[in-house]
Design a protein around this ligand. Structure first.
Ligand SMILES: Cc1cc2nc3c(=O)[nH]c(=O)nc-3n(C[C@H](O)[C@H](O)[C@H](O)COP(=O)(O)OP(=O)(O)OC[C@H]3O[C@@H](n4cnc5c(N)ncnc54)[C@H](O)[C@@H]3O)c2cc1C
Length: 398
């Protein structure tokens, strides 16, 4: 019975109070690197990473956020002892009957290990934007199981179209997920996220069904995920979106629209049925505003009521619009990414012109992630099992 996740449940259920306790423990010992208002974000993220229940993509998102906090708040290795002691003390107080003496060592070692990984993530991320909070301004039920959340960050988010950033709702404290802004940076600073509720997932159904206007979300540093336009020079573009994979590709279209250089763009949008096509109005607007260079193609995989030309899977539709010399960008659910990696090169798409979004499900080094790690300093050649498992070497910031 020394499961750290179980012992953390009490603290997470009252995470504001628990974070106060954690912060006060350090304050009493004159360890003051952590601003009080960020304590819930730091405490729950560290706690969830130590508990270690999440899969690779979520852990990388959490580590990117913790790494940025590590760097921005100036954590030093000597803080580790007090941070670990504060964590042990806090979790124990809130764990009630779930606390066993051997958990003391489990939490202490776990904290030190995660702080080491956060330090390395901080090194990879380099200088960059702060973690911040954003207020949810609007939640639109865009289609069955898909919400468009408009968020106003407390400080302007620094990101490039095509990037993704870790997002966390305090309703599921410390569990971070990657989401891609669907818009190029706007003068008013707002950011649109397109979220599909994945059945059984811990975060996305909460974002889609429960988060309401006025609530806060936590926002981590934007990272390259293999979809940067800078990787393709001035080549014409074939953008292939499945479901909410449309979000970063729509942001790329907005980026092209605001650039002086003309290039032809074909955006192929796949969804199961017409009813599942959640961003039709924005797509219509883009297509009619930029007729001279933008073509939007719709592909419905499970709708026999649409015109025959629009029936079929998104990759088949994309291949029928492929022209040599185009740069091809693909984003969508993990199954689409895997299929694109297999099918597109086999159909003649040049591998060096293919840009496939990271899923973080593959082992480090094998994912397309990192095709553009412009400013990412190397972590060095040292490899340890923890870092490899957590994919620290694959976190690169904007
Ligand atoms: C770089 C990157 C960018 C992303 N951008 C977006 C985005 O803009 N909008 C968005 O809705 N999601 C996006 N995701 C997925 C997102 O991070 C979450 O994984 C997703 O919202 C589900 O979260 P969850 O906690 O409910 O379930 P998780 O615990 O994350 O996932 C549960 C299971 O569902 C799988 N899964 C995740 N997403 C899908 C999907 N769309 N279809 C089918 N299976 C899926 C996971 O691989 C896992 O096996 C992105 C992921 C990555 C890696």
């Amino acid at each position: 019975m020394n499961d750290p996740a179980q012992s953390l449940a009490g603290a997470l259920a009252a995470h504001d109070r628990a974070a106060d306790q954690f912060w006060a423990f350090m304050e009493d010992r004159s360890v003051r690197f952590l601003p009080h208002q960020v304590a819930p974000m730091f405490f729950s993220t560290l706690g969830q990473l130590v508990a270690g229940r999440d899969a690779a993509a979520g852990r990388r998102a959490g580590l990117a956020a913790l790494g940025r906090m590590h760097q921005r708040f100036g954590l030093y290795p000597y803080h580790g002892t007090v941070v670990a002691a504060a964590m042990v003390d806090t979790v124990r107080r809130f764990a009630g009957d779930c606390w066993e003496p051997e958990l003391h060592g489990v939490w202490e070692r776990g904290c030190r290990r995660i702080l080491r990984l956060a330090e390395r993530a901080a090194g990879v991320l380099g200088d960059g934007p702060h973690v911040t909070v954003g207020e949810v301004e609007a939640c639109e039920a865009a289609a069955d199981g898909v919400a468009v959340l408009t968020v106003r960050p407390a400080r302007r988010l620094r990101y490039r179209p095509g990037q993704a950033l870790p997002v966390c709702t305090p309703r599921v404290p410390g569990v971070w997920r990657w989401y891609s802004p669907a818009n190029a940076p706007r003068p008013d600073g707002t950011v649109e996220f397109h979220v599909r509720a994945v059945a059984g997932g811990p975060v996305s159904p909460v974002l889609v069904e429960r988060v309401a206007p006025g609530e806060l979300v936590w926002l981590g540093p934007a990272c390259d995920v293999g979809l940067s336009l800078e990787a393709s020079g001035d080549a014409d573009l074939l953008l292939v979106a499945g479901g909410t994979g449309l979000a970063p590709l729509r942001a790329l279209v907005e980026q092209v629209a605001s650039a002086p250089a003309a290039r032809l763009v074909t955006l192929v949008v796949g969804s199961r049925t017409l009813l599942d096509l959640y961003d039709a109005v924005a797509l219509d607007k883009l297509a009619s505003a930029h007729r001279d260079w933008l073509t939007v193609v719709l592909a419905f995989s499970h709708d026999r009521d649409v015109e025959p030309a629009a029936q079929g899977d998104v990759l088949t539709a994309a291949l029928s619009h492929y022209r040599a010399g185009q740069a091809v960008y693909v984003c969508g659910p993990p199954q689409l990414i895997e299929a694109a990696r297999r099918r597109l090169p086999a159909a003649g798409v040049a591998v060096d012109s293919l840009h496939v979004a990271a899923t973080f499900q593959r082992t480090p080094g094998s994912a397309a992630w990192g095709s553009r790690q412009r400013s990412a300093p190397s972590c060095g050649s040292e490899r340890d099992d923890d870092a490899e498992r957590d994919g620290v070497n694959q976190v690169s910031g904007s």
